[in-house]
Design a binder for this molecule. Sequence first.
Ligand code: CA
Length: 227
Amino acid sequence: MPANLFIVEDEMPIVTLLKYNLEKEGHKVNFANNGEEALLAIQQKNPDLILLDWMLPDISGIEICKTLRKNNLLKDIPIIMLTAKGEEEDKLKGFQTGADDYVTKPFSQKELLARVTALLKRSRPSVTADTIHFEDLKVDRVEKRVFRSEKEVMLGPTEFKIIDFLISNPKRVYSREQLLTNIWGENIYVEERTIDVHIRRLRKAINIEGKKDLIRTVRSAGYSLDG
Ligand code: CA
């Protein structure tokens, strides 16, 4: 159940360790070392879960939490607060500002991973599910097979990744850039029109005869899975 995670933390050794352990679990991990950078990156990446440090050099974790909860597009992202030992009062405030869970530093990596998994399962069932449906489309993530109206559809590996990604957040429009980052990864050079080629293939494969087009092209914005 790979998810896109985001770490906001100014202590680099903690970031490095977390990133290492979360990536080992198959997650994609991005991070920021200060609040301002974090808010920008979170808007751009729309992660599945945020690990948010309480004490940051510029904006506090609480402020970030509040800002996210006020943003219609980002308010549902689950947040785990990382607090220092003894900040009991802060924990309380953290919950009031909308954090979903908290972990006290120093924390065990094992415990944190368990919290991440539990929270993802609770809040993002579409990200963690083995099988996922949208209309008459079914994606089996374990066997990596796709069905439309119970008929198997044959897809290449990239087309599979695209549909697997789009079905995690149906109706959400993703720009070509967001698709590139999420499917090919960062720092990999792929031309944007390559996306169009793969989308065309995907569309042709899943829009079997007589069935409606489930891929929506939004002019100058990108693509979404929509019925
Ligand atoms: Ca800190």
